[in-house]
Design a protein around this ligand. Structure first.
Ligand code: MRU
Length: 347
């Protein structure tokens, strides 16, 4: 995608270094961060300089490739296995992370070069899959549609194009009029900060809504469809996505509004029978207790926004049971979220 006229991917590797758009600074400043070692790449994932299932997957693949490049001759395999454990400990929920470490690890057992090539293949495939998801998803969007989305499953969450926003981009570029309701997505505000920034860059009409405004909007007939991303989809179609997604799905069902999940097949976990087995990340309470932003005179500040002394609970994801999901938009087509359809698409 273009930022200020220049084409960018979210993450890329040159030599031994991984380059990424620093998402913690968006939308206030656009900077490229460099991770020179696999450990620096791990830090970038766990601190969410890079986030979103596909982008995390690509970054994890590059980190695994870095580990092969860094591994010393005498304890080569030991180093690589420890690096894999470190990378896989950064964030537990996004399936793409584990998909990427496994593929790059297996390739790297042949040669270091194979590890780098595989990591690059994963990144390229993520971008290509996202584009195809956009094409399939566009077929669901009618001219004049008002679409609600939660969190950020745009191009920043992948290597390029995105999943939930990819159909919106294609619809917009093909001349359809679309309007997007962007859930703010507390506590980290990926909607208000990242999705809104992406839509601004693309010139797509949108407005940010508080997380608790969805039911009211849907009850007023303002939402034609909802599209969200996914961090992990179990074999039965239960879907883990950003905390708050489940509530939206329940409300959408109540009002008969189509609720779509958009995700590449690399997000499906055939080994995970249902949503109950999906590991849910619990992040620092400080993400709830404090908020950061810029003041009117441009200073970046972090402030306490809760009652001093109170604690906070911060589960990062929830699981939407398959029966709330109208369809899953993948790079291979749109499927019903059932075990049989998922088995077929993964073979
Ligand atoms: O915690 P994050 O920002 O890495 O969460 C991922 C997400 O952005 C969402 O859950 C998204 O909808 C799916 S990932 C493309």
């Amino acid at each position: 995608m273009k930022v200020g006229g220049t084409e960018y991917r979210t993450v890329w590797m040159q030599g031994n270094t991984v380059f990424l758009i620093e998402q913690n600074l968006l939308p206030f400043s656009f900077r490229i961060h460099q991770a020179a070692t696999y450990r620096e790449s791990c830090e970038s994932i766990s601190t969410m300089r890079i986030r979103g299932a596909g982008a995390i997957g690509a970054m994890a693949g590059f980190a695994m490739a870095q580990a092969f490049l860094e591994a010393p001759g005498q304890s080569y395999l030991e180093f690589v296995c420890e690096a894999r454990r470190d990378i896989e400990a950064t964030r537990p929920t996004a399936r793409n992370l584990f998909y990427a470490t496994e593929l790059v690890y297996q390739a790297g057992l042949k040669t270091r070069e194979q590890a780098v090539l595989m990591a690059q293949w994963i990144a390229d495939k993520d971008a290509a899959d996202s584009q195809k998801i956009g094409e399939f998803g566009n077929s669901l969007i009618k001219d004049g549609f008002q679409i609600e989305t939660h969190c950020n499953a745009g191009w920043l969450a992948f290597v390029d194009f995105g999943t939930a926003l990819s159909p919106v981009y294609i619809a917009h570029n093909s001349g359809k009029k679309v309007f997007v309701y962007v859930d703010e997505t507390r506590p980290r505000s990926q909607g208000a900060r990242l999705t809104a920034w992406e839509l601004n860059q693309a010139g797509i009409a949108h407005t940010i809504i508080p997380d608790n405004a969805g039911a009211w909007l849907m009850s007023k007939g303002k939402v034609d469809m909802m599209i969200v991303g996914a961090d992990r989809i179990a074999a039965n179609g239960d879907t883990a996505n950003k905390i708050g997604t489940f509530e939206k799905a329940i409300v959408a069902k109540e009002f008969g509004i189509p609720f779509y999940v958009a995700a590449p097949t690399s997000t499906f976990d055939a080994e995970c029978p249902s949503g109950k087995e999906i590991p849910i990340e619990v992040r620092s309470q400080n993400e709830v207790l404090y908020q950061d932003g810029i003041t009117e005179d441009g200073r970046h500040e972090k402030i306490l926004v809760c009652s001093p002394g109170s604690t906070a609970l911060n589960p990062a994801f929830d699981v939407t049971p398959a029966h709330y999901i109208t369809g899953i938009i993948t790079e291979k087509g749109i499927i019903r979220p059932g075990a049989e359809a998922i088995r077929q698409i993964l073979t």
